[in-house]
Design a protein around this ligand. Structure first.
Ligand code: TXA
Ligand code: MG
Length: 322
């Protein structure tokens, strides 16, 4: 992989100025309703390669293409089946990525050699203005260094990628805070590959046969390459605590707590959230805050696995598994 040379990272609030960098074959970060993404023109293989270099992302992990309108989906895909059409109608624009058969125009580097491509249409207003100004579909992984928690603020993007990317489109902290739901629609039965704000129940409401990715880790990893890699991890160790526990944290070490229950005593940093949604919104930035403060262990309260709670528990388990 080519190492990126330091570049000046322009920070702007203008979606058209940010889009200029993409049109000039560069790479730039932008906010969405889930997390910040790091974008490039999907059809420009050299620009796409810069994304992998800047993030130090393994080349076998495919990217999601972000579209401004439904017509752009046709440029990226060769077949859109009936199930995919129903999901598009129900959830686009929004926090859902569909894996579809890719068109011959999409360079292999974008899809890590797969014959499918992930497609998403964000609903975030600034993202939509930016994508429209780019004029092409924009591939964008989360705008973090590979393996770190996804960025939910532009400052977190700067922390990881300042001097490595051309531009950051500055927006608010992202609304949802966890990455999109990913559903493979390239075969007959839709398969949920990654949990997100669109829940399995909501998907099944639209296509009843939708299944969760099953099988052992190897089998699962073959279908969803992202699962092969470590994700969402702070440097600190993550420990999951039972829901509603009021046990105090252990007395030694540099500890932190995040959850919805009040009254968990101890720890240097504490974040008590008012709802599971707020917990999901705050989690990745809290992980980063803990790393900045030199925290060694982060105690995270478990939540019921309904709605966004399923995605939150998925991210907590991945962060704890190291
Ligand atoms: O919310 C999101 O999805 C954010 C924002 C920026 O849109 N993006 C994001 O991208 O989280 P990334 O690259 O960090 O995660 C993409 C996930 C990975 O787990 C990847 O393996 C999976 O989607 N994926 C992408 N294309 C795929 C494909 N063709 N087949 C199977 N999985 C795919
Ligand atoms: Mg990511």
């Amino acid at each position: 992989m080519r190492e990126t040379l330091p570049v000046r990272t322009k920070i702007t609030t203008s979606p058209t100025e940010a889009a200029e960098f993409i049109r000039d074959r560069g790479i730039g970060a932008f906010p969405t309703e889930t997390v910040y993404g790091l974008g490039a023109n999907v059809f420009d293989a050299d620009a796409v390669e810069k994304i992998f270099a800047a993030k130090m992302r393994p080349a076998d992990n495919p990217l999601i293409a972000h579209v401004a309108n439904l017509e752009q989906i046709d440029e990226l895909t060769s077949v859109i089946g009936e199930n995919a059409r129903r999901f598009i109608e129900a959830f686009f624009p929004g926090p859902l990525t569909l894996v579809l058969k890719r068109s011959a125009r999409v360079p292999l580097i974008a899809t890590a050699g797969l014959d499918t491509i992930g497609v998403r249409m964000p609903r975030h207003e600034l993202a939509r203005e930016f994508l429209a100004a780019c004029g092409v579909p924009v591939v964008a992984p989360s705008a973090n260094l590979s393996g770190r928690p996804s960025p939910t603020t532009w400052q977190a993007v700067l922390e990881d990628l300042g001097g490595r990317i051309d531009c950051i489109l500055q927006g608010e902290a992202t609304e949802i805070g966890l990455e999109s739901t990913v559903v493979d629609c390239s075969a007959e039965i839709p398969v949920l590959l990654r949990q997100g704000a669109v829940s399995l129940d909501e998907l099944r409401h639209v296509v009843a046969e939708t299944v969760e990715l099953a099988g052992d880790d190897c089998e699962a990893a073959a279908k969803s390459p992202g699962l092969r890699h470590k994700h969402y991890s702070p440097t600190a160790r993550v420990v999951i605590m039972g829901a509603g526990s009021s046990e105090p944290l252990p007395p030694s070490g540099r500890l932190a707590y995040i959850g919805i229950s009040e009254g968990v005593a101890g720890g240097e940093l504490q974040m008590v959230c008012r709802s599971v949604e707020e917990y999901a919104h705050a989690l990745f930035e809290f992980f980063r805050e803990c790393d900045r403060a030199g925290i060694e262990m982060i105690y995270c309260e478990a939540v019921p696995e309904t709605g966004i709670g399923a995605a939150l528990m998925d991210r907590l388990r991945r962060a704890a598994a190291k």
